[in-house]
Design a protein around this ligand. Structure first.
Ligand SMILES: Cc1cc2nc3c(=O)[nH]c(=O)nc-3n(C[C@H](O)[C@H](O)[C@H](O)COP(=O)(O)OP(=O)(O)OC[C@H]3O[C@@H](n4cnc5c(N)ncnc54)[C@H](O)[C@@H]3O)c2cc1C
Length: 307
């Protein structure tokens, strides 16, 4: 337990190290990162998405990138995102797009993010592609949800994420209800203080079940994004008990995690979406996955030696 907490904090600390992030861009996906990242460019990810689609899995792609601190960089990101959407349409891929508002300038100006998002959503709407705004750390939650609400009044093809570790999430689900939201429900991946988030894992798990039930009974489309059997089985039982149709929810898992479970769920008739990150900014993503699951450390060490 103690070792687990130390390693979690260690990897979360490393995930914020900008020097290592810079070096990682030079190295390319290493240390096993290529097992959970779809490539350095979207073109490299396309054959992978086709293969996943052929296996009966849907995809959402995420162009990795977190530390953006200039307006031109954010506009570049926005252009790349539109290019990705056009490529999805061109290859008729079963794929949505996930993105982070910090990569579009959230820490620079809200108007810049809105401008970038509107361009992306216009392109996405034209090509029938759904876009989901990932949720970042709690200091950005309020701004992210306000931007989501503002954009959702204009665009249907837009989802966002609610994290069950945050105390505020129950109220957020209530407030979002009138926007006909597409919500991905997760436990939460960032290091948060006890002032804003449940410190105990059992509370985070229980709250995730509570939020899944609430959002499904509100009649909203829900993506249950978890690798946890307890959460997956809870959702299946709830859906059967409450007669919630299977086209009102889907399961989501990260690329490279629980591959057999993904295929089994798809065979059972559930929609399963694989979150596939790509890009040279793989470092922060990889470190957060390592923090989540100590078993991933063994997997990474194996990655170092299997090269
Ligand atoms: C598609 C997707 C999108 C996400 N988007 C966001 C986001 O926008 N913002 C955010 O903060 N977080 C996001 N997350 C991360 C999420 O918040 C959690 O940090 C992460 O999913 C770990 O929680 P868990 O529910 O999967 O299971 P955990 O609580 O980590 O693990 C519970 C149990 O599940 C099993 N398990 C977990 N992982 C594995 C594995 N790899 N292999 C085998 N068994 C395993 C184990 O039995 C484990 O004990 C996302 C996750 C997914 C899957």
């Amino acid at each position: 337990m103690v070792v687990e907490a130390i390693s979690k904090n260690f990897f979360l600390f490393l995930s914020n190290n900008r020097l290592l992030d810079k070096l990682a861009k030079k190295w390319g996906p290493k240390f096993g990162a290529d097992k959970i990242v779809g490539g350095e460019t979207f073109d490299q990810a396309v054959p992978l998405i086709k293969r996943l689609n052929q296996q009966g899995l849907q995809v959402t792609v995420d162009h990795l990138g977190e530390f953006i601190n200039s307006e031109p960089e954010s506009r570049n990101r926005s252009q790349e995102c539109m290019e990705t959407i056009r490529t999805i349409a061109e290859h008729q891929l079963g794929s949505e797009v996930s993105l982070k508002l910090t990569s579009l300038g959230l820490d620079i100006s809200e108007e810049l993010v809105i401008e970038n998002m509107e361009q992306i959503l216009d392109t996405a709407e034209k090509h029938g592609v759904v876009v989901t705004i990932d949720m970042e750390d709690s200091s950005r939650c309020e701004r992210t949800l306000e931007i989501y609400k503002r954009l959702k009044t204009k665009y249907q093809n837009l989802g966002t994420v609610i994290q069950s570790y945050l105390y505020r999430s129950d109220c957020d689900i209530d407030e979002l209800d009138e926007y006909d939201p597409y919500l991905r429900l997760v436990k939460g991946a960032y290091k948060e203080s006890g002032k804003v988030a449940f410190p105990a894992k059992e509370k985070v798990d229980a709250n995730l079940k509570h939020l899944i039930k609430k959002n499904l009974l509100n009649g909203n489309y829900t993506a249950i994004a978890s690798h946890d059997d307890q959460i997956i089985n809870y959702t299946k039982e709830l859906a059967a008990e409450q007669r919630i149709p299977t086209d009102q929810f889907e399961f989501q898992m990260l690329y490279g995690m629980r591959n057999q479970t993904q295929l089994d769920l798809a065979k059972e008739g559930y929609t399963v979406r694989v979150y596939l990150p790509y890009g040279d900014d793989w470092y922060g993503y990889f470190m957060r996955r390592m923090a989540e699951r100590p078993a991933n450390i063994a997997f990474a060490i194996k990655g170092v030696f299997s090269k």
